[in-house]
Structures are given as C-alpha cells and as structure tokens.
Design a protein around this ligand. Sequence first.
Ligand code: SF4
Length: 509
Amino acid sequence: MAKNPEIQDHNTLFQSEKYKKQAENKLLFEAPCSIQEVEETEDYLKTEEYKDINFSRAAATINPAKACQPLGAVLAGLSFEGTLPFVHGSQGCVAYFRSHFARHFKEPVPAVSSSMTEDGAVFGGMRNLIEGLQNSSALYKPKMIAVSTTCMAEVIGDDLSAFIENARIEGAIDKEFPVPFTNTPSFVGSHIHGYDSMMRSILSYLSEKKGDIENKVPTDKINIIPGFDTYTGNFAELKRILELMNVDYTILGDHSGNLDSPANGEYNYYYGGTKLEDVAQAPNANGTILLQKYSTKKVEKYIKTSWHQKTISSWMPIGIKNTDTLLENIKQLSGRDIPAVLKEERGRIVDALTDSHAYLHGKRVALAGDPDLLLGLISFCLEVGIEPIHIVCTNGDKKFKKEAEELLLKSPYGIDGKVHIGKDLWHMRSLLLTEPVDFAIGSTHMKYCAKDAKIPLVRIGFPIFDRHHMHRYPIIGYQGTLNVLTLIVNTILQQLDDEAPDHSYDTVR
Ligand code: SF4
C-alpha cells in the first residue's frame, strides 16, 4: 500500500507551515527570554563556577538515574509463577511503573493498584486494600499476590500486615492464599531496594509457610538470584551456562518469561516465572549465588541467617574476569567442572577484545546506572583499556563508592576516575561539559546530557525506551561481554566515520 503523505513523522510534521505559525502565535502569549539571554545562560552552565553551584545543590534532584522502590517490588513479583504484583496506594504511581516496563520491554505488564484517592488518604486505605485483593483474585486468578506500597500509603502509615489479615478474616481472600508483602516508601531508597525487600518477603513467605526449613533435606541443587536485571537475554545466557556445566539449579526470581512472552494469539497474564514449590524447596540447596550484591543485600542476609545456607555474592558478571569468577563460583558450589566448550568460548571473546583493543585503548568514558551494573561495566572498561572518568550512581551508598574506587585504583586506566554517589544526571551534565570525555554509557535518560556534550551514548542499563530489543541480548557471561564490546566499539567506529575527512573515510577499520 502506498504511504499516506498526510501521515508524517513528527520530525517533519512540526516543520510544516501550520505548526511553525502555531509556535509563532504562542510566543505572543509568552514572555520568552531573548536568544542572547538563552545563549549566555547556556554558556554559563558550562563553567566550573556553575558546576560548583550545581554540586552544592542539596534540596532538589534533576533527572535522577534511579526509579521508585515499588517499581523494583513489581519486577520481583513478576518473576514468580502466577504472581500478580499489587501496589497499595495511588493509581498514578502504578501507571508509571507499568508504562516504564512496557516501554523498556515492549510487553504488557500485569500489575494492579488499590487506587487510593483523597478519602483513603484521610481515613486509611484498608477498604481499598481488602476490596482490591478480592477483585484481583476473582478477576485475574493469580496463584500469589505480591503487595508493595507507594509513598501515599507509607506517609499515612497503613498497616499492611493487619489489613491483609483482616482481608482473610472477611473472606476477601482464602486463609491460605499466599500474599507476601513489603513496605516500599519511595522517599527513601530506589528500585533496587524495593526489589530487595519484595524478594526477601517472597522467599521468606514461601519457604516458611510452604516449605520446612527446620527439617532440611540437603540436595545437590544450587540457587541463583539474578537481582534487578532488566535484560531478558541475561536469563537465557545464565541458563545456557548452567546447562553446559550440567548443574541442577533453581533461579530465584525469573521474570524473563513474563516480559518476553511469544505472540501466539493468546495473552497470558502469567508466563513463566520461578515455580512456587521450587522456592519452598530452595533452603535445601547446597548454596545460593547472588549476581547483584547491592540489589539483594537483605535477601543475602535472610538466606544466611534463616536458611543457614552458604551464599556467594558479586557484582554483575560483565567482562572476562567477572565471568571467570561466576564460573568458579558455580563450580565451587555445584562441584561441576567448567566444560571445554566454555573455555573455548572464553578464548574467542578474548580474541575479539584484542581485535578491537586499538580503537578502545585510552578512550575516556562517563557512566551512570545501578551499583552492580556499574561495577561490572567499570571492570569491563578497565580490561580493554577504556578509562572510566565520571561515574554517577544516584542509588549508590558509601560501600559501593569505596568498592568502585578500589576497583579503579587496581588499573592504570582507572586512576583518573571519580565516583559520585547520590548525584543525578544534571550533575553528570556539569561533569561532561567541564571535563569532556569521548563517550557515555547509560540509560535512555542520559541521552540529553550526552547530546549537550556532543558525545555518543552507548545504551546499557534501565530504562532503554528509545531503542528496540536491546534487553533481548545478554550483557553477562562471555557472550554478553562480546555484545557489550560490539556495542561500544561500533559506536566509536561510527563516530570515527562521522568525523572523518574524505581522505580518512576508510573501508577497513
Ligand atoms: S515517588 Fe512515591 S508518589 Fe511518586 S511515583 Fe514513586 S511511589 Fe509514587
């Protein structure tokens, strides 16, 4: 069918006479600054003086590289079989979580809200919660409902434990129906803390109510907890590695099915996820490996103290060294050897890193993201001679800062790196404009400061709204390392082409 000329992309649509005229008319009712004033302000924002003022900012956050606590709790809920995430509080918050995930994963996201409004804020949200639980279980027939909270419910101090118990007494839900819950106030913490709290709540609920921790029957299985990981491709890669090593495993928290289900004509609210009975049996495993130590702090503590189980936690296994560590950890817990096929794969990726090294060596990069992701990426950069210069971690704590600084100091490529915790992407903008780097790595939200600094952005992290299918490709393991390398080196080569004079516009790079 021929393209309809009336339907235009908005890049061209808003250049048409009609819209140009509309913009001119708008100016009659606004009192815009002069072009000179705008340019002078833009220039001032690039100065060291403004950077110092920006870094002394204490009462406002601009474009933070983090999301809300309950958003993380929703992701944790989506990673278990037949589980409906239920957020007690305002409907608008949940619309934001669902749209955030839907834009990143390009999938529908089943999550409900108790839709508290003004009367709930004044008299408490118990009726909303009880009726919400009753309606959700009747309409969506889940096997489990995972309840978290928004700021509104937290500010008024709603008592989740008592409200859920009242729902059982009233018969809104069955006495035995599993409803793990956790408090997720977003005025403290971030999505990784909400994920951690909900994961701990689900693991403790299912292992204590449905399992039998006191009478453990040890098995050869191992548990793996991926953490707040928004790459469905990472789950496939992890399973491939475990199967190549012939390991009997349980992934605790697997949302890769729910957020990457096939289009086969039928919509299934619940697709995949960790089976509830597997969680009940998880305390019997030989041990647990946590792939993100900062997004599963409470979970690790719970497993150690309540399951009395050995735990090994690390940061995301990105890069050769971190993947080696992951394989060694799996070997240590499972007793299985690393097969030749994985050793060969390692060799091929080392070869690929060597092939690209000349274009990456000495390149300066700015990074923003979650603590575990950043530690994995910094480690990868140092392996290939990229120099991390500005590292912004809005949701990082002092322990993360210390660990990141120690990692940087281990390499000559890391000595100029500075780690900024609790800072946002407006701080990052000041850093990029006063101390330039060659490229940036971060989520879609970083595209604005990267554009202002005229540097390319390699999109790695969460959320990625403006590119498709990135989350389907792994960034962990040897294969994931190859993907990260490919993304970075081809961005550098594209920039080289874009900036090349005719005599250097080469066919071979
Ligand atoms: S900060 Fe609180 S009120 Fe705002 S969207 Fe997040 S949970 Fe909702």
